[in-house]
Design a protein around this ligand. Structure first.
Ligand SMILES: Nc1ncnc2c1ncn2[C@@H]1O[C@H](COP(=O)(O)OP(=O)(O)OP(=O)(O)O)[C@@H](O)[C@H]1O
Ligand SMILES: [Mg+2]
Length: 410
C-alpha cells in the first residue's frame, strides 16, 4: 500500500505551506522505550510509503544512531554553526526514511545574525515540507526542549511501562504540559507489557489518575509487548521493523501504525510543526532580547546606589515576601534580564507564604498586578498564543477528542 500523496500532510495553515503530521514520542522517564518506539514506528511508516523524517531530539548523540549503527558525528548544531548544510547532516536510513540528528540544537540559531538565522530557518522549513510524517524522539524528563517538541507536534504519544516510576514520571509530564496550557489529548503507548491484560491494567491505572487529579482525558494508542527480539535488536543494530512484516516483533509496530492512522482519520487539531514552531519561537526570543538591550544600558548606569544598599534591604525584607519579590524582580530588571520560569517558581512560593487574609487591600492589589505580570511571563507557553490555546481547547475539550483539521485556527 502506498500512502505517498500530498493529502498525507494534515495541515495547510498558511497559503502554499504544508505541515507534515508531526508526532512527538515522549514520556517522563528514561529507558521506557521512546527510541525503540520512535524508530520502529518511523520505519513502518516509511515502509507504508509515507515520506518520513525522524528527528532525534535527544541532547546526547546516543540514541537512534546507536540502534542503527550509524555514527554521523554531525548534527543540526553543525548546520547552525554554518559548518555543514542540512543535506550534509541528514542521514538516509531506508527508502522514505531520513534521520535528522541533534534536533534539540535549533535554539543555537539565536546567536546568528538575522540573515543567517532566516536562511537556516528557511532551510528547515523547506526540509520539513518534503515529508508526510515527522516523528520526534524526545529527550527523557521535563526538559524545556522536550516540552517544546510536544508543543510543536500535532500529537504526543506518552510511552509508559508497567514500572510504577514510569507512571509517576509520565503523570508529572502531563501535569506540567497541562499547566503550561497544552490542551490536546495526549496518546499513550504501553511498552514492555507482558500481554493485553497487563497493558490494559497499566493504561487504566494511569488514565484514571490523570483524569482524576489533572482533569485530562487520554487516548490509548496501543501497546508493545516486552520482547526479547526488541531487546536484542540493539546489539544486532537491526530494528525489528526492518524484519519481515509477518514477524510478530515487527507486526506490533504495523499495528501501532494502523492505530495512528485511525487516530489521524478522526482529525487532529492544527499544529505548527517542527520548523514553523521553532521559527516563531526563535524570532520571538530574538525580539525580546533586542527589546531588553537598551534597558540594560540605562539600568546599570543609574542604579549603583540602589544595588549598594541591596544586602541591607534584602535582610530587612525577611518575613515580608512581597517586598522580597519586588526587590528580586527589581534586581532582574536592573540586570536587564527577564524573569525565567525557575525564578517565577521561587517568587510564587514566596508569595504563597503571605498571609493574604490580613494583608491590606493596597498590598493585595499590588500583588495581583505582579501576578498578572508573572502570568504574562510564564503563560501561554511559547508557540501557543492564548487565542490558539483557546481555539484548541474548544475543539479538544468538549468531546475529549481533538478538533478536526478544518475547525482550528488557520
Ligand atoms: N518492548 C521492549 N521489549 C524489550 N526491551 C525493550 C522494549 N522496549 C525497549 N526495550 C529496551 O529498553 C532499553 C531502553 O529503550 P530505549 O532506549 O528505547 O528507551 P528510551 O526511553 O529511549 O531511553 P532514553 O530516555 O535513555 O533515551 C533498551 O535497551 C531497549 O532495547
Ligand atoms: Mg531514547
Amino acid at each position: 500500500m502506498n500512502h505517498n500523496n500530498s493529502s498525507s500532510a494534515v495541515d495547510r495553515p498558511e497559503s502554499g505551506s504544508r505541515v507534515p503530521l508531526t508526532l512527538a514520542i515522549t514520556g517522563g522517564k528514561g529507558g521506557v522505550g521512546k527510541t525503540q518506539v520512535a524508530l520502529n514506528l518511523a520505519l513502518v511508516l516509511a515502509r507504508q510509503g509515507y515520506r518520513t523524517l525522524l528527528l532525534d531530539g535527544d541532547v546526547e548523540l546516543a540514541n537512534v544512531n546507536v540502534m542503527l549503527g550509524v555514527y554521523p558525528g554531525m548534527t543540526l548544531e553543525h548546520v547552525v554553526l554554518g559548518e555543514r548544510t542540512l543535506d550534509e547532516v541528514l542521514l538516509p536510513v531506508t527508502e522514505n526514511l531520513d534521520l535528522l540528528p541533534g534536533a534539540s540544537g535549533v535554539p543555537g540559531c539565536l546567536e546568528l545574525d538575522s540573515a543567517r538565522r532566516e536562511d537556516f530557518l528557511a532551510q528547515l522549513r523547506t526540509l520539513e515540507q518534503g515529508y508526510d510524517r515527522v516523528i520526534i524522539d524526545t529527550a527523557a524528563g521535563l526538559s524545556t526542549p522536550a516540552l517544546h517538541m510536544v508543543a510543536a507536534s500535532h500529537l504526543a504519544a506518552l510511552v509508559i511501562t508497567p514500572d510504577p516510576t514510569s507512571l509517576t514520571d509520565a503523570f508529572s509530564l502531563v501535569k506540567v504540559l497541562h499547566r503550561k496550557g497544552y490542551r490536546r489529548t495526549p496518546s499513550v503507548i504501553v511498552n514492555m507489557a507482558r500481554g493485553a491484560t497487563e497493558a490494559q491494567t497499566v493504561y487504566r491505572r494511569f488514565s484514571t489518575a490523570v483524569s482524576r487529579y489533572i482533569g485530562v482525558q487520554l487516548h490509548y494508542l496501543g501497546a508493545i509487548w516486552r520482547d526479547e527480539t526488541i531487546a536484542q535488536s540493539i546489539s544486532t543494530q537491526r530494528p525489528v521493523a526492518m524484519m519481515d512484516d509477518s514477524d510478530p516483533s515487527c507486526r506490533q509496530f504495523w499495528t501501532l501504525a494502523d492505530m495512528l492512522a485511525v487516530r489521524c482519520s478522526q482529525g487532529v487539531a492544527p499544529a505548527n510543526g517542527f520548523a514553523r514552531y521553532w521559527g516563531r519561537l526563535v524570532r520571538r526570543r530574538h525580539q525580546q532580547r533586542s527589546e531588553q538591550q537598551p534597558q540594560k544600558a540605562v539600568a546599570t548606569g543609574s542604579n549603583r546606589e540602589w544595588l549598594a544598599s541591596l544586602g541591607e534591604r534584602l535582610h530587612r525584607s525577611q518575613g515580608d515576601p512581597l517586598s522580597r519579590y519586588r526587590l528580586i524582580t527589581g534586581i532582574l530588571e536592573t540586570l536587564g534580564e527577564s524573569v525565567d520560569e525557575d525564578a517565577v517558581e521561587a517568587l510564587q512560593t514566596g508569595l504563597a507564604a503571605m498571609n493574604w487574609e490580613e494583608a491590606p487591600v493596597t498590598v493585595r492589589r499590588a500583588a495581583s498586578e505582579h501576578f498578572r505580570q508573572l502570568a504574562r511571563v510564564v503563560a501561554p507557553p511559547e508557540g501557543l498564543r492564548p487565542e490558539e490555546g483557546r481555539a484548541l481547547g474548544a475543539g479538544a475539550d468538549a468531546s475529549g477528542e481533538p478538533a478536526t483539521e478544518d475547525s482550528g485556527p488557520g
